[in-house]
Design a protein around this ligand. Structure first.
Ligand SMILES: [Zn+2]
Ligand SMILES: [Zn+2]
Length: 102
């Protein structure tokens, strides 16, 4: 009875360790992805995927949700709180992704 409990524990411990390691890997990968997306938005400009022009993330924008014109960070309307997932290139109007959902 006691031996079988010990054996059962010995079988379960590596499984828990594996699960812990897996959870740690998945967690750190999603954290790195989130940090990367965040760091992308922390920079003051993003390059256009089409013409390569540097587009500033701070300036004068028109909200797609409430059509208010606001000044500041492109991804957040201070009037209605709507977020933007992309914005047009100032040079060629190609959409530049902000890497997140509105
Ligand atoms: Zn708005
Ligand atoms: Zn462009």
């Amino acid at each position: 009875m006691r031996l079988s409990r010990i054996i059962g524990l010995l079988i379960r411990v590596p499984l828990y360790a594996l699960y812990g390691a897996w959870a740690l890997v998945v967690g750190s990968i999603s954290l790195i992805g989130r940090a990367r997306r965040g760091a992308r938005l922390l920079s003051s400009s993003l390059p256009c995927p089409s013409c390569g022009a540097a587009n500033t993330l701070h300036g004068r924008w028109k909200c797609r949700g409430c059509s208010a014109v606001y000044h500041g960070f492109v991804g957040h309307c201070p009037l209605c709180g709507a977020g933007a997932s992309f914005f047009p290139c100032a040079k060629c109007s190609v959409s530049i992704s902000l890497g997140r959902r509105p």
